[in-house]
Design a protein around this ligand. Structure first.
Ligand code: ATP
Ligand code: MG
Length: 685
C-alpha cells in the first residue's frame, strides 16, 4: 500500500523522502515534526529502503510511542519499534545481559529511596525524607550527565549546578548507593543503569555491538532538544559509525534542562553530520494565527545565551478567536470562572477530551479539580497523580484522622490541620529544596481546601471535615474517562487540544520562585515552558491569574512577568461584575464582609432564602443515587445546583427545568426523583 505523501507540505516532504542517512528537522511547535517523522518511517519502509523491524523510533513518553505505533498501523505499517529510551534499553539489556554478565541475576530497583536513605545515614548526612529525595534527584542528574561518583566533585565545581549539600558528601552517598545495589545474589539496576549498561556493552563488547547493529539500522528521535548526555551516549552506541539517524526538535521547547537534558546535540547536528539533510519548518498547522502570534511574541522576548534560532511560526489554520486574558481577585474565583468557561465550550459542542487546563506545578490542580467537580464536569489529571493520591496528602489525612480522636485540641479544624501538618513539612514559610517545596505546596493547598469546606459551611468540626475530604478523595475519576485534561506544562509536551486554559500565571509560580532565585537561565526555561503551554492550543486559548490565594484574601500576588506587554493593560478583563454582585448578601442585598460570608453568599445572621433542611434531604438522596450508580456525587448534581433547587422548591418538571444548572437530560434522569424528595419533605414539615 502506497503511502499518501500529499498530506505533507513541500518542506515536510523533503524530510520525509530524503534517502537513508542523517536528517535534522529543527522547527517550531505544531509545524508537523512528529507527523513528518512518522511519514518518513512509513515511506522508507514502503519504498523498501529498510525493513520495519530494523527501525527504532525513540519518543519522549510511552504515550507518544503508542501514538506513533498506532499512526503507522493505520498506514498499514506494523513491526516498527517505537519506544522511550528507557523502554528500548530495558529490552536490549534483558537480551544481552547473559553475554555481558553471565548468569549473574539482575532485577529492576523499584524504589531507590530506601537505598539512598541508607547511604545517607552511612555517610553521616541528614537522612530526613526531603534531603534523601534531593540526594536521589542529584544522583539521577549526575548519572544523566554521565558523571560518576569518583569525578562528581571535580565535574560540578564551576558548573553552575547547585548540589543539595556538600559535594564531597553527595559523592560519598552516591558511591554508597551504587555499592548498595550490588550483592553476591545479583544486581539491582535503576533506570539510568539500564542506559549505562547498554552504552557500555555496545562500547566494550564487540559481539554485542555487532549483533545489535545488524538488527537495527535506522534510528529516529523525537523531541531531540531534551536528550541527556547519557541518552546521547546510548544513541551513539546504537549507531556505531553509521549515520542513519533522523532527529527532530525545537530548541524553544527545551524544558527539561533540570534533568541534564540539553539542546546542544540538536543544534550541533549539522556540524556532526556535515552531509545531513536539514529542514526547517515554519508553517504551524496546529494553531490559529491568533494563537501563533501570541506564541511568537512570547518567544521573541527570550533573552540570554539559551536563545534558539529565530523560528517564527506562521499560523495556517483559519482565523479564530483572540486569546483572552483574565485577572481574578482570588484563586477559587479563577477556578470557578475557568469551570464556567469550560461549561460554555462543552455546551457549544467542544468535546471534553479536547479541553485542557494547564498549570506549572501539580499542587495547583487542587483548586481546579474542586471547581470542575462542583460544576459537574468530568476530568482526568495527567502526569501527576490526582491530588488525593499524593503521598503527603495521604499522610496528612492520617494525621488529621488521629487528631480527630483527641479531645485536647482547638475547635477550629483549620488550626488543627495547620498544627498537624507542621510536623510533616508545613513550615510557616516556603522551604528550600525541590521536594520540600512541592510537599509544602501540596499541604498548603490541603489547608486551603479545609478552609473552603469550613467557610462554605459544608462541615464545621473536624470529623465532618474528614468525611467531606474522604468524599472528595473517593469522587476520583474512574480511569480513562473522556474528560477534561488537567496537566502540568511539563506533562503537556507534544500534545494538543482545541481549547487550552493556562492558569495561575503569577510571579513565583510561572516563573517558579526557585527559578527566579537561580537566575536568568532558569527564568528563560520558564519562559519556554509558557511557550509550550501556549502552543498546545488549536483554537481557544484563555490565560488567567489571581491576585489572592483565598477568597477575600490579601492580594499579595502579582501577575507573571511573561504577560508584560502582551496585552494593553485596559484589555485585561477583571473579575466580572456578575461575581462582584455575588459579594452582596443574597438575602438583604448589602455588601458582605468576611470571607466566610462571601462563600456562603449571605450574612451569617440573615435568614437563608432556601430551605436548608430540603437541601440536606436532596444531598442525602444524591449520595444514595451516586453510590448505587458507582459514580461521583457531583456527576448527579453539583452542590450549587442542589442549592438552587432547594431555593426554588419546584413542584413540577417545567419549574424544575427553570432552575439554573438543570437541563433536560437531568430532568429525564432524575426529575421524578427530585420532585418526590421535595414532596416527601413538604409532607413531613
Ligand atoms: P510539537 O512541537 O508540539 O511537538 P510538532 O511539530 O510535532 O509539534 P505535530 O504534532 O506533528 O507537530 O503536528 C501538529 C498538528 O498539525 C497535528 O494535528 C498534525 O496532524 C497537523 N499537521 C501537521 N502537518 C500538517 C500538514 N501538512 N497539513 C495539515 N495538518 C498538518
Ligand atoms: Mg511533536
Amino acid at each position: 500500500m502506497a503511502i499518501d505523501l500529499s498530506v505533507l507540505d513541500q518542506d515536510q516532504l523533503v524530510a520525509a523522502t530524503a534517502p537513508r542517512g542523517p536528517v535534522c528537522i529543527l522547527a517550531g511547535a505544531g509545524t508537523g515534526k512528529t507527523r513528518t517523522i512518522t511519514y518518513r518511517i512509513a515511506n522508507l519502509i514502503d519504498q523498501g529502503m529498510v525493513a520495519p523491524n530494523k527501525v527504532l523510533a525513540v519518543t519522549f513518553t510511552q504515550r507518544a510511542a503508542g501514538e506513533m505505533r498506532d499512526r503507522l498501523r493505520v498506514m498499514g505499517i506494523g513491526g516498527v519499534q517505537a519506544r522511550t529510551f528507557h523502554a528500548a534499553a530495558r529490552r536490549q539489556l534483558a537480551y544481552f545481559w547473559p553475554q555481558i554478565a553471565g548468569d549473574l541475576p539482575w532485577r529492576m530497583l523499584d524504589n531507590k529511596f530506601p537505598l539512598v536513605g541508607r547511604a545517607a545515614r552511612a555517610a553521616g548526612v541528614d537522612s530526613g525524607k526531603d534531603m534523601v529525595r534531593d540526594l536521589l534527584g542529584e544522583i539521577e542528574w549526575a548519572k544523566a550527565n554521565v558523571i560518576g561518583h569518583d569525578d562528581y566533585v571535580q565535574r560540578i565545581a564551576g558548573s553552575g549546578h547547585t548540589p543539595p549539600t556538600d559535594p564531597s558528601k553527595v559523592a560519598q552517598v552516591y558511591r554508597l548507593y551504587e555499592e548498595g545495589k550490588r550483592s553476591p545474589e545479583g544486581m539491582l539496576l535503576d533506570f539510568d543503569d539500564l542506559l549505562l549498561h547498554v552504552a557500555a556493552a555496545l562500547e566494550n563488547a564487540p559481539a554485542v555491538a555487532e549483533e545489535f547493529r545488524s538488527q537495527y539500522q535506522s534510528f529516529v528521535v523525537d523531541e531531540y532538544q531534551d536528550v541527556t548526555p547519557l541518552q546521547q551516549r546510548v544513541l551513539e552506541g546504537w549507531l556505531g559509525d553509521r549515520d542513519d539517524l533522523t532527529v527532530v526538535g525545537d530548541v524553544n521547547q527545551t524544558i527539561y534542562s533540570f534533568t541534564g537534558a540539553t539542546p546542544e546535540y540538536l543544534l550541533n547536528f549539522s556540524r556532526t553530520y556535515a552531509h545531513a539533510t536539514v529542514v526547517k519548518l515554519q508553517r504551524d498547522y496546529r494553531s490559529t494565527p491568533q494563537v501563533t502570534e501570541l506564541a511568537n511574541t512570547v518567544i521573541g522576548k527570550a533573552q540570554g545565551n539559551t536563545v534558539g534560532p529565530k523560528l517564527e511560526l506562521i499560523g495556517m489554520r483559519e482565523p479564530g478567536p483572540q486569546p483572552t486574558f483574565h485577572a481574578y481577585d482570588d484563586e477559587p474565583t479563577e477556578a470557578r470562572e475557568v469551570a464556567t468557561a469550560i461549561r460554555r465550550l462543552l455546551d457549544d459542542g467542544v468535546p471534553a477530551r479536547e479541553i485542557a487546563v494547564l498549570y506549572r506545578i501539580n499542587a495547583q490542580s487542587a483548586a481546579f479539580e474542586a471547581a470542575l467537580a462542583d460544576a459537574g464536569i468530568l476530568y482526568q489529571v495527567r502526569g501527576g497523580e490526582g491530588f488525593f493520591q499524593r503521598g503527603e496528602i495521604k499522610e496528612a489525612l492520617r494525621q488529621l484522622t488521629a487528631a480527630a480522636n483527641r479531645t485536647d485540641l482547638p475547635d477550629d479544624p483549620v488550626a488543627v490541620a495547620r498544627a498537624a501538618f507542621a510536623t510533616i513539612g508545613l513550615t510557616p514559610t516556603e522551604p528550600e529544596g525541590a521536594q520540600a517545596r512541592e510537599r509544602w505546596q501540596a499541604l498548603r493547598a490541603l489547608v486551603d481546601l479545609i478552609e473552603d469546606i469550613v467557610q462554605s459551611q459544608e462541615a464545621a468540626h473536624l470529623p465532618q471535615v474528614l468525611v467531606s475530604l474522604r468524599q472528595r478523595a473517593e469522587a476520583k475519576q474512574p480511569p480513562a474517562v473522556d474528560g477534561v485534561t488537567l496537566a502540568s506544562l511539563h506533562a503537556a509536551k507534544g500534545l494538543e487540544w482545541d481549547a487550552v486554559f493556562l492558569v495561575g500565571l503569577v510571579e513565583n509560580t510561572l516563573p517558579i520562585s526557585h527559578a527566579i532565585k537561580a537566575g536568568e537561565d532558569q527564568v528563560e526555561e520558564e519562559r519556554r515552558l509558557f511557550y509550550v503551554g501556549i502552543t498546545r492550543a488549536r483554537t481557544h486559548l484563555q490565560l488567567s491569574w489571581s491576585l489572592a490565594r483565598q477568597e477575600g484574601g490579601h492580594k499579595s500576588r502579582s501577575r507573571s512577568r511573561f504577560l508584560d506587554g502582551l496585552v494593553p493593560e485596559l484589555e485585561v478583563e477583571n473579575t466580572p461584575q456578575r461575581l462582584k454582585r455575588n459579594r452582596r448578601c443574597r438575602v438583604c442585598g448589602n455588601p458582605l464582609d468576611t470571607p466566610a460570608e462571601k462563600t456562603l453568599g449571605r450574612h451569617a445572621d440573615c435568614e437563608p432564602d432556601y430551605d436548608e433542611a430540603a437541601f440536606g434531604a436532596l444531598k442525602r438522596w444524591r449520595l444514595e443515587v451516586s453510590r448505587a450508580a458507582g459514580q461521583p456525587a457531583y456527576l448527579v448534581f453539583s452542590d450549587a445546583t442542589l442549592l438552587a433547587i432547594a431555593e426554588a422548591m419546584p413542584a413540577d418538571e417545567p419549574s424544575l427545568l427553570d432552575v439554573s444548572g438543570v437541563g433536560p437530560v437531568k430532568v429525564e434522569n432524575y426529575g421524578a426523583d427530585v420532585l418526590r424528595v421535595l414532596d416527601d419533605y413538604r409532607e413531613d414539615n
